[in-house]
Design a protein around this ligand. Sequence first.
Ligand code: NAP
Length: 246
Amino acid sequence: MNENDELKGKNTLVTGGSRGIGRQVALALARQGVNVALNYNRTESEAKSIQSEVEKCGVRCIAVQADVSKGPEVERMIATVERELGTVQILINNAGISKLQPLDEILENDWDEIIDTNLKSAFLVSQAVLSQMRSNHWGRIIMMSSVAAQTGGVIGPHYAASKAGMIGLTHSYAALLAKEGITVNAVAPALIATEMMAQNKKARPDLIPIGRFGTIEEVADVVIMLVRNGYITGQTVNVNGGWYMS
Ligand code: NAP
């Protein structure tokens, strides 16, 4: 088999695949011959438009609505994906939200919403696909963390904690699954030009040593590298223009 074909025919689930980083990761995986399940919550028309772009790559694609912060919706989503596409071999835990609010206005319900959407979702979706990955002795899980986990970032403590939690989740899963052909890694981007960042006036290019925002393509490149590589696990790969150096 040509080494460029190693992912061909595998199935991926990209949470939050309708816009921004998730959209580009879905397309990049499709270009490797991977069939794609695109999850979205509210933006059906964007999901349908990326679905047709993905299909032009010659792979199968389904768009599945689900709020991934809710256990029953995750169960329904995974049942749909398994019925219509097959088992998930590559999971991209990308869905996320930010909430821009002054520090003293962040309340318990804001904390819960951010932690449930950004962190609990990654646990729920990973748990739901793990038994099939373990039976197949192969799997890839990528957590879309953030520089906020490392520096605090430009959103707030609830967001930073949710993204730091994803790194803890990565370490635990990576250690527990290392002998089973399943790698688990985090990607920590900073200031990538998407709608999420466009809303945030504190996100300025002069914060970034390289002096510009990153692109969704630059994040997707790293995801593809991690999906292809079987010897990198438990790592956080920074795509941040030099903002945080590890
Ligand atoms: P974005 O453009 O706002 O896209 C967010 C995606 O997540 C959308 O597809 C959205 O779907 C989906 N989503 C949100 N809540 C959901 C839910 N409850 N269930 C299912 N899907 C949900 O954001 P982005 O900038 O591409 O960010 C993608 C990920 O990268 C996020 O986890 C973010 O925290 C992380 N990140 C981004 C940056 C950056 O600079 N942009 C930096 C570091 C980390 P709907 O539109 O249908 O709701």
